[in-house]
Design a protein around this ligand. Structure first.
Ligand code: SF4
Length: 390
């Protein structure tokens, strides 16, 4: 149906622009299609993220004002009208927190080699009878594509942007806070907010004595910053009164903290407590696992993906899979328009294969349409010329 619409759109465009060159036409058509896909896919992705984190927007007005600077109320009305065009400039230094020597659990390049050789190892503990076809090759290809470790998550992940030189309790608190800030927020923005928080003094006592207004200004423009101010304050109070100034150390207790879901809890266990209790499945891991065919049945929620992955993926890989996939999702397997044509998995990924087949088919159809349109136009021109001559 969509293909038919695209072809008919292409035909109309050709008729109205008979002087347009074929190459220009191709680029225009493909751009039009990607815009249509982008809006739809982005909407779905955003909806998915909201479900995953539980941060559902309660009303149109709260949705729109979530990104408004507390000190710029006049700007708020403009943003309300044109929210989709907001561009926030955040200054950050990507090497600011890249202190990998100091980070307890940061994956280093040596680990990449180890993981790759592990994949060939025959004595991997298999979790279940079922496993996806080709997962070892697919994962190995991702390891190769991620060998440079230069995705945003590598230099701005929760473990890297927390102060590893602080006391263990403060480090763990910062890991928790950076994960809370990271929900619905780009790594660059989370990293900039953590930098400001650390400069301000990112300890439980200090955050509790900071006013909501100042805290909001420190973490702005992270997604849902107003609600996160509330969550951070409540969480800090709980940590002070119930956990003696430290963070809880079980998935169940971490999940009870305001604004903390299972994905965060598993990452907190890994990064703060160095314990692998499960796989931290965010929107990247969820999307890529489904695209690669790693789910027995397509899953709708990240939490379902986590359970399904844990059913078959050997425990040896639970620790690194989030970091690997998040970076891969940030650089190659993008939410919209994944770069399948340059992906090492393009021949063994069901989604990638269908994408490439589809775009090849569309290109071929459009080519045929153009050829036949050109033939008709040439015929018409010749007919007109002959008539004039007669
Ligand atoms: S082929 Fe495409 S969809 Fe599949 S893993 Fe690679 S980028 Fe993602």
């Amino acid at each position: 149906m969509f293909q038919h619409h695209l072809i008919s759109l292409a035909s109309k465009t050709i008729r109205s622009t008979s002087t347009m060159s074929a190459s220009k036409y191709f680029s225009d058509t493909i751009l039009t299609r990607s815009r249509v896909l982008s809006r739809r896919d982005v909407k779905g992705e955003s909806h998915q993220k909201e479900k995953e984190t539980g941060l559902t927007r309660t009303s149109t007005s709260s949705n729109q004002t979530d990104s408004v600077n507390p000190s710029t109320s006049s700007l708020a009305s403009k943003i309300n009208r044109k929210r989709s065009h907001i561009k926030i400039k955040v200054e950050y230094n990507k090497d600011e927190f890249n202190d990998s020597d100091c980070v307890p659990n940061h994956v280093k390049k040596e680990d990449v080699k180890e993981l790759k050789s592990d994949l060939k190892h025959e004595n991997i503990t298999q979790n279940s009878d079922w496993e996806p076809n080709m997962w070892r090759d697919q994962l190995q290809n991702i390891v190769v594509m991620r060998k440079d470790r230069n995705a945003p998550v590598d230099t701005m992940g929760c473990d890297v942007i927390s102060d590893c030189r602080a006391s263990p309790e403060v480090y763990r608190y910062q890991v928790l806070l950076s994960l809370m800030l990271s929900s619905q927020t780009k790594d660059q923005i989370t990293s900039a907010a953590m930098k400001k928080l650390r400069e301000h003094g990112c300890t439980i006592e200090n955050i509790l004595s900071t006013s909501d207004k100042v805290l909001g200004e420190l973490i702005y423009p992270v997604g849902f910053w107003r609600r996160k101010v509330e969550y951070i304050k409540k969480t800090s109070e709980i940590l002070k009164t119930q956990y003696n100034g430290d963070i809880p150390s079980t998935i169940e207790t971490i999940c009870k903290l305001p604004g903390v879901g299972p994905k965060m809890a598993y990452l907190v266990m890994k990064c703060a407590w160095n314990q692998i209790e499960g796989i931290g499945v965010d929107t990247h891991v969820h999307r890529i696992s489904n695209r690669l065919g790693w789910m027995k049945k397509t899953t709708k929620q990240p939490e379902d993906t986590r359970k399904a992955l844990q059913d078959w993926l050997p425990r040896e890989y639970w620790s690194d899979i989030n970091h690997l996939m998040v970076g891969f999702g940030q650089q190659t397997c993008l939410p919209v328009n994944p770069k399948c044509s340059i992906c090492l998995n393009k021949d063994i990924c069901p989604y990638g294969k269908s994408q490439l087949r589809y775009s090849k088919k569309i290109k071929q159809k459009i080519k045929t349409e153009i050829k036949s349109e050109i033939k008709t136009e040439v015929k018409d021109e010749i007919k007109t010329e002959v008539k004039e001559e007669i």
